[in-house]
Design a binder for this molecule. Structure first.
Ligand code: GCB
Length: 639
């Protein structure tokens, strides 16, 4: 059974302990670590920060670009539980992410594996630990292939070492890049919860579902929920109802939460509780005007003894796509903002509160309201911060590189076809893709900031094979999100209105287009506008009745490089490019958003197309504005 992906919290019944710090670290170039029983203790090692991306900490190029197996190890201390206490607790081990895959050992015993480098995973280690010092070892691997996300390949060098060859345009940062925690949760515990908001005049109906893990299948428990508004007032009171779904329907009334046992799967010790809460004059979560409620879920036994308590923050809002609009709380919203990366100098992809804070500050400064987590789910904290700030997120699974090319950003516009979805590897790839869509939605479903899930970035969508592949992915995703959010994916230039087979699967259509950069750049810039208009006219002619969002458009720009007239790589050229692109977008009413590429300069693999990384940032890598930031500010403050 998959352990709960709920964000860890400390409550009356739950504790957590951070394992972040300096861990032992060793590259395993010959892949002999297991044979040599490194899980029983590393004999040779250096120290490495956790969380951290190892690449940019090194001065040695071989180490920076290391590809293959590598090991981490740390010790943690478990205090002996006083008699009678702690015995009912389970000890869980949670990794925010390990890129791209991990095998985990506690005290030399393997406790599990996880595939995918951008989502959390949790193991129950209760049976593997003892009071006193315990050893935790992780064998990680950062190789790329076509069966796992994100896609790529590896090159075997003469000396036997490997070099990652991504089919995507960001550096293959790796390591234990997010926090590691021990969680102490009760035996009978809240596994998961979700909620769906419906709005009608002056009222919000909130349908809640709580999933419990019950220690004994026969255990009789009560579940209650409390919603607390920003003033600290209880907005919805708890009230229990031990009934089946039928009587639940009869006992619903205003401002009360009835949590009733539903169709639980008692065999696996899991059961579901549902409730409907009616709030009068709810304070809604709005775009850039966030209001949150604290939610407290409690489980008690028949005598009233508290068994578990979980706390979180939720926002009441609705999202839907209707006609050509993206509606939040029934009102059309125009998405303004960025495609981003988790990327910063030295930190690589490590989450850092200060960097995230600065990013929100910059985005707010120039009037943005949205970002896409291109091209993978970000650390939990990004979403929690966006919830508080009223930012909208298009949450993207790491399905990037689904075109066999290490220069796909160039090949994307050329009509090149690589038979990606016609290869036997797609069966395994689909399994991984589905798993990661499942984990992403499970993790992120309760964030009011998440208004859509993006299930791919720039795959080859022109074949029947691609259509079959993505039909399954979309069908599965539609069943997973209790809030039934819009699903989308970002289409590259080869996915033209005439050739793309997959756009009908999307609730709103996301386009990545570089007219004036990869297409008709430089001396040909004058042709770019006409070509861009021509493509949008052809989309219009399809009468899809769906909103479109530009999810990428931009130019590489070296900060401080000036030229009059603007020439490629200069700040003036970036300004000219955006002015032209905005002129075009403003003439098409089905465009419901513009997320420019990229928020900031970011690291990529080395190459003749990249000068110290991708320089399409509106901000430099250290988050200072290029001059186009002021153009965006002016425009977005007016929209
Ligand atoms: C794209 C990709 C993005 C690249 C960008 C570029 O189409 O989706 O990952 O970084 O182009 O700058 O070339």
């Amino acid at each position: 059974m998959m352990e709960s992906l709920l964000y860890p919290c400390v409550t009356a019944t739950r504790m957590k302990l951070s394992l972040d710090g300096m861990w032992k670290f060793s590259f395993d170039r010959d892949k002999k670590g297991e044979e040599k029983h490194w899980e029983k203790g590393l004999s040779e090692y250096e120290m490495m920060p956790v969380p951290g991306s190892f690449a940019d900490l090194y001065t040695d190029k071989k180490k920076k670009n290391y590809c293959g197996d590598f090991w981490y190890e740390t010790d943690f201390f478990i205090p002996g539980a006083p008699e009678g206490e702690g015995k009912e607790k389970r000890t869980l081990l949670r990794f925010g992410s390990v890129t791209h895959r991990a095998a985990v050992y506690v005290n030399g015993q393997k406790i599990g594996e996880h595939e995918g480098g951008f989502l959390p995973f949790v193991f129950d280690i209760t049976e593997y630990i003892c009071p006193g010092v315990n050893r935790l070892s992780v064998k990680a691997n950062n190789e790329l292939n076509e069966e796992c996300l994100p896609c790529g390949t590896v090159k075997k060098n003469k000396d036997g070492s490997l070099t990652a060859k991504p089919y995507f345009d960001f550096f293959n940062y790796s390591g234990i890049q997010r926090s590691v925690e021990l969680l102490f949760v009760p035996e009978t515990s809240i596994e998961d919860y979700s909620y769906v908001t419906e709005l009608s005049k002056g009222e919000a109906k909130v349908d809640l579902e709580v999933k419990l893990r019950i220690k004994e299948a026969s255990e009789d428990v009560n579940v209650s929920v409390e919603l607390i508004d920003e003033a600290g007032k209880i907005a919805a009171d708890e009230k229990l109802c031990n009934a089946d779904r039928k009587s639940l329907l009869q006992c619903k009334s205003k401002a009360e939460a009835f949590l009733c046992e539903g169709d639980g799967d008692s065999a696996s010790g899991c059961s579901e509780y549902v409730a409907s809460v009616l709030l009068e004059n709810p304070i809604l979560w709005k775009v850039r005007d966030a209001h949150l409620y604290d939610i407290i879920i409690r489980v008690t036994d028949k005598s009233g003894k508290l068994l578990d308590e979980y706390r979180d923050r939720i926002g009441l809002r609705t999202v839907e796509v209707k006609d050509k609009d993206i509606l939040v709380n029934g009102e059309p919203v125009y998405l303004k903002g960025y495609g981003k990366h988790e990327d910063f100098s030295i930190l690589g992809r490590t989450f850092n509160y200060s960097v995230a804070r600065r990013d929100f500050e910059c985005m707010k400064w120039n009037g943005a309201n949205c970002f896409r987590t291109s091209h993978y789910p970000y650390a939990d904290e990004w979403y929690r911060m966006a919830d508080e700030e009223g930012f909208l997120i298009i949450d993207e699974v790491p399905a990037v590189g689904m075109m066999r090319s290490t220069h796909n950003f160039v090949d994307a516009g050329t009509g090149k076809y690589t038979y990606f979805f016609e290869t036997p590897t797609v069966l395994k790839l689909k399994k991984n893709h589905l798993q990661q869509v499942g984990e992403m939605i499970a993790r992120d479903k309760n964030h009011p900031s998440v208004i859509a899930f993006s299930l791919f970035n720039e795959p080859e969508t022109t074949s029947e094979y691609a259509y079959e592949y993505f039909s399954e992915i979309f069908e599965a995703a539609r069943k997973l999100d209790p809030q039934n959010r819009p699903l989308t994916g970002a289409l590259e230039k080869n996915s033209s209105p005439e050739k793309c087979r997959c756009y009908p699967l999307l609730d709103f259509i996301c386009l990545n287009r570089y007219y004036g950069w990869y297409i008709s750049g430089g001396e040909d810039f004058e042709e770019a506008e006409g070509k861009f208009r021509d493509e949008l006219d052809r989309w219009k002619a399809l009468e899809t009745d769906k909103p479109f969002v530009m999810t990428e458009f931009g130019t590489d720009t070296l900060s401080g490089n000036h030229s009059l007239p603007g020439t490629m790589w200069s700040e003036e050229y970036q300004n000219d490019y955006y002015e032209m692109n905005f002129r075009v977008l403003d003439d098409y009413d089905f465009i419901r958003g513009e997320l420019v590429w990229n928020f900031a300069d970011f690291a990529t693999s080395e190459g003749i197309f990249r000068v110290g990384g991708n320089k399409k940032g509106i901000f430099t890598r250290d988050r200072q504005p290029k001059s186009s930031a002021f153009i965006l500010k002016k425009r977005w403050e007016e929209i």
